[in-house]
Design a protein around this ligand. Structure first.
Ligand code: NDP
Length: 269
């Protein structure tokens, strides 16, 4: 379980233990490893953007077969695409996309040996794109594509690939994303502020609402991941939360320009 220090990852690690797994919580920081180890979880240090750290974690876990890999680590970069620094775009893709594949590559032999499952935590943002979070959506749309390819490549090898698509969940990602967005907004030239200021305010209001009111609890996503890992016939995709369940079919049938108007109305811009 990558990104197990907080939010969905932490909730899932504990839920998987309740289900009888022996989960390994992969975290970046020593203090998180110590805290989770204090609660009786197996932990390993891993930064998904650092191939050496992935290799070290792999070596620490030994050669035994694996029942599952949950690629959950993620960040959210928010800035208008016109002013998004290309380094920020690269970092977003590095954490949410390249990192997921790097971890998957390293653990695939053990998953094959265990006839295990790969669960990729995408998002409804992997199907419907909102303004200002283009970098995040790019990472999640791409993760959806990679997941489909991988599932079809592994079809005859006994390793399944499942995608989790939550809507808004009450986790620290929103606070972190807002802090990063504030930092990026402070770098905006006056022209950027003039052009995108109202949109930035609208999105920040919307995300604050998810973090405190409308978001579901991480436990609900953990349960979907648990189902994906244990069901005899897991679904290929799990939409989690009412917002995700409404948005996905709407985006599939409505023309893009109708969706444009719905999104604009939702944001009040
Ligand atoms: P959190 O911020 O609580 O968790 C993100 C986790 O990813 C943290 O453990 C964080 O570790 C870890 N992480 C970040 N960068 C790296 C890295 N380079 N290497 C390893 N770990 C890293 O957010 P969530 O629980 O919300 O997010 C989990 C996943 O769920 C993400 O992929 C996110 O996109 C997805 N998701 C979240 C939704 C939501 O509404 N919250 C909705 C849809 C999808 P650290 O503490 O060290 O930074």
């Amino acid at each position: 379980m990558t990104g197990a220090s907080s939010g969905i990852g932490e909730a899932t690690a504990f839920h998987l233990r309740e289900l009888g797994f022996d989960p390994v919580a992969a975290v970046r920081k020593e203090q998180d490893a110590e805290r989770l180890a204090g609660s009786g979880l197996r932990t390993v240090r891993m930064d998904v953007t650092d191939v050496d750290s992935i290799a070290t974690a792999r070596a620490e876990l030994g050669d035994g077969p694996l029942a599952g890999l949950v690629n959950n680590a993620g960040i959210a970069v928010a800035a208008p695409l016109e002013f998004l620094s290309l380094d920020q775009l690269r970092h977003q893709l590095e954490v949410n996309l390249v990192g997921q594949l790097a971890v998957t590559q390293r653990f695939l032999p053990a998953l094959r040996a265990g006839r295990g499952r790969i669960v990729n935590v995408s998002s409804i943002g992997g199907r419907v794109a909102l303004p200002l979070v283009g970098a995040y959506h790019a990472s999640k749309f791409a993760l959806e594509a990679i997941s489909d390819t991988l599932r079809r490549e592994l079809l005859s090898q006994g390793v399944d690939v499942i995608v989790i698509e939550p809507g808004g969940v009450k986790t620290p990602i929103w606070r972190k994303g807002d802090e990063l967005a504030a930092e990026l907004a402070s770098d905006l030239p006056p022209e950027g502020e003039r052009l995108y200021g109202p949109l930035i305010t609208a999105i920040r209001k919307e995300t604050a609402k998810i973090a405190t009111e409308t978001g579901i609890e991480p436990r609900e996503v953990a349960e979907a991941i648990g189902h994906a890992l244990t069901a005899r016939r897991p679904r290929a995709r799990y939409l989690v939360g009412r917002d995700a369940k409404m948005r996905a079919p709407a985006a599939a049938v409505l023309p893009a320009r109708v969706m444009d108007r719905i999104v604009a109305r939702m944001l009040g811009v």
